[in-house]
Design a protein around this ligand. Structure first.
Ligand code: SF4
Length: 345
């Protein structure tokens, strides 16, 4: 039903008192929630209240206040590659189109926390410059629409956006990055599926824990699959949330069962206030290696580090690819350039 997801959004919980009506907050959580911007849908909070792991990812904690060495508001240096008000151009053939600053739920480890939930984000009236940039750069073949969460936009707005991008002859792939099937599965309506199918969109979905694979989320993903929408997932590796083999096995098998191919296991970006979420890189290597031989090949994603400063995603297969220099891990990207990930011992 089209109204159901809008009611969920209208009922988002954004205050400490609102949270306390549903979950019993610790003193630390209450104090942190009172001083920070956060949001969670009633649906996702009903999932989170029964999941000690997911609770850490949406309810603020005081540890967020601390900025560890090397952490930045824009760890991937996206702002240095901004070519239009809503467009980031990093890889030669790919652009990142940031169409909204709104998300149904604000993840506490969000790489784009510098903009997500902030009112000063540019509105659709500024999309024109981004469209023109894409149209005038024939090397662009892949457009990743992200934000914020694009699937929180209306059907009409999405249809217009996708129509314009799909009209560019050299664009061969259009992807949307979204966490909606996990946090607002009611949004996956017949109308939305038909728009995504019409524009041949791939979905890059954000899942972090098997507790997210509720009957509602499974139904939403199966509906997308039945509509012919290709889906893959990105999982951020998070300390105390999903940094153990059993949790990852459950998540990745669960995703395959709903037609979502596990694609990336991402080392958590060094965004300001994320130290309590970040695992050592050595732990990520150990985990990805532990999956081989335990689950079928299609269920295993690539473990990647997004090179700080904008070097792109670098697949890490073994410890031979990295070198530790004190509190940093050093590695090379696809161009052979060296990048440093701040990883305090
Ligand atoms: S869904 Fe993505 S963009 Fe939105 S808050 Fe979470 S990590 Fe950030």
């Amino acid at each position: 039903m089209d109204s159901e997801w809008k009611e969920e959004l209208a009922g988002r919980i954004t205050t400490a008192d609102g949270l306390a009506e549903v979950v019993e907050l610790t003193d630390d959580e209450r104090a942190a929630a009172e001083g920070r911007v956060f949001a969670v849908t009633p649906y996702y909070l009903s999932v989170v209240r029964n999941s000690a792991a997911l609770r850490k990812t949406v309810i603020p904690r005081s540890a967020e206040k601390y900025r560890a060495i090397g952490e930045l508001a824009d760890p991937l240096g996206e702002e240095n590659h901004r070519v239009a008000p809503n467009l980031i151009h990093t890889y030669p053939d790919k652009v990142l189109f940031l169409v909204t600053a709104f998300c149904p739920v604000y993840c506490r480890y969000c790489t784009r926390s510098r903009m997500v939930g902030k009112n000063e984000f540019k509105t659709t009236s500024t999309f024109e410059e981004s469209f023109q940039y894409i149209e005038s750069h024939p090397e662009i073949r892949d457009v990743l629409i992200s934000g914020g969460d694009p699937l929180a936009m209306t059907d009409d707005a999405l249809d217009k956006l996708l129509s314009r991008i799909r009209a560019v002859p050299h664009v061969r792939m259009v992807r949307i990055g979204s966490k909606v099937p996990a946090v607002l599965p009611q949004r996956i309506t017949d109308g939305l599926c038909s728009i995504l199918r019409k524009h041949r969109v791939w979905l890059s979905l954000h899942f972090i824990h098997p507790d997210e694979l509720t009957p509602e989320t499974k139904t939403a993903c199966r509906k997308l699959a039945d509509s012919g929408i290709g889906m893959f997932s990105q999982t951020v590796l998070l300390k105390g949330v999903n940094d153990d083999t059993q949790t990852l096995v459950e998540l990745f098998y669960g995703l395959l069962e709903i037609n979502v191919k596990p694609y990336y296991l991402l080392q958590c970006d060094p965004v300001s206030g994320s130290a309590h979420f970040r695992t050592p890189v050595e732990k990520g290597i150990e985990l990805i290696q532990s999956l081989h031989g335990k689950i079928s090949g299609p269920a295993i994603p690539q473990y990647v580090i997004d090179a700080p400063g904008g070097g792109g995603k670098v697949p890490i297969l073994s410890s031979a690819q990295i070198r530790r220099e004190g509190d940093e891990v050093v590695f090379q990207n696809y161009e052979g350039r060296e990048y440093r990930y701040p990883d305090p011992m």
